[in-house]
Design a protein around this ligand. Structure first.
Ligand code: MN
Length: 326
């Protein structure tokens, strides 16, 4: 997915380190989403929880868009023309619908519910994403992972993985990245990371062992879910600070609840993120934008019917780094 804001701003998000002593209680901050139109004739809207002023990163997870369930006959579905990425990986995860992916590595793939599609941009890649004609309801998440400095220029890559669900304690868990509930995804990450879909039966309560060195984010898609004492509603992201070795998820509703659990070791590098690019300096961003607009570095997407997306104008104020902890 492309960041479709017409005037993407860079947020100043540094702050004090998480150096408070670990306590028994799980500290959870509730992050609400903001609506961002994705562009296109009828402008499908996504709910963005990362980045935001209160929090820019959860581990190396640096971007979280949540959308649907959308009737594509009303919203027009997804049609994101070829656009570039650098310094990051994109994670596509659907609950329903289907998206056709094409990239400048030559990948042509269909993103389907319950199947991870992970694209590594490395130094530069471009791709298009279009919901298919057989899609009636589009519903899912689009997530980005920042690459650490030593792998920032990793080779372009595209991986697919359909995790076997784990069924336990009234829950169905699909671990697409990292380890949880006795399952480990075979998909390689460049920093310690967790990504899993967790569906809870009505009123089910589930306690999961987690890495105490990780910070976690629980995105609620559907239902009312209590995360270790803090109630979260649809489209909210509960941020659990590092420290606890277990998290408890309780479905407080009489319907199925669906969530996505993200986690990772705190990402200690400062990054500059603008539009679809991640760099370490404003110069990195300016160079990436120039390379895209002048047709270098990001390759070409074959088979998309239409012109590539132009980059927005750079802000007139200097780009500032974000991250190290907050
Ligand atoms: Mn994209």
């Amino acid at each position: 997915m492309s960041n479709a804001e017409t005037k993407p701003v860079e947020m100043r998000c540094g702050g004090p380190a998480d150096d408070e002593p670990a306590t028994e209680a799980v500290r959870v901050d509730v992050l609400t989403s903001r609506d961002v139109p994705l562009g296109g004739p009828r402008a499908m809207t996504v709910r963005r929880t990362l980045p935001q002023r209160a929090r820019t990163l959860i581990g190396a997870w640096c971007f979280a868009d949540h959308y649907g369930p959308d009737d594509v006959s009303v919203t027009g579905g997804m049609d994101v023309a070829p656009h570039p990425h650098t310094g990051l990986q994109t994670v596509s995860w659907l609950f329903s619908g289907e998206i056709e992916h094409r990239d400048s590595l030559g990948s042509h793939a269909y993103v389907r519910p319950g199947e991870l599609n992970l694209m590594t941009g490395g130094y530069g890649i471009s791709h298009s994403e279009v919901s298919t004609p057989r899609t009636t309801v589009l519903h899912g998440v689009q997530l980005w992972v920042a690459l650490p400095e030593e792998h920032r220029d990793a080779d372009r890559d595209f991986q697919h993985h359909a995790p076997e669900p784990v069924r336990t304690d009234g829950a169905e868990i699909r671990v697409f990245l990292g380890s949880l509930a006795g399952r480990t995804s075979p998909v390689r990450t460049f920093t310690p990371l967790l990504g899993a879909e967790i569906v809870l039966q009505p009123r089910a309560a589930l306690t999961l062992a987690v890495d105490p060195g990780f910070e976690h984010g629980l995105l609620v898609d559907q239902g009312e879910v209590r995360l270790s004492g803090t109630l979260l509603g649809p489209a909210e992201l509960g941020y659990a600070h590092p420290g606890p070795d277990a998290l408890t998820l309780t479905n407080e509703s009489d319907d199925i609840a669906r969530t996505v659990l993200l986690g990772g070791a705190p990402f200690e590098e400062e990054i500059v993120m603008w539009w679809n690019f991640i760099g370490r300096s404003a110069d990195d961003i300016v160079q990436a934008r120039r390379d895209w607009m002048e047709g270098r570095r990001f390759g070409e997407v074959q088979g998309y019917d239409g012109a590539p997306l132009p980059a927005p104008e750079l802000p007139t104020v200097p780009l500032k780094p974000r991250g190290k902890r907050r």
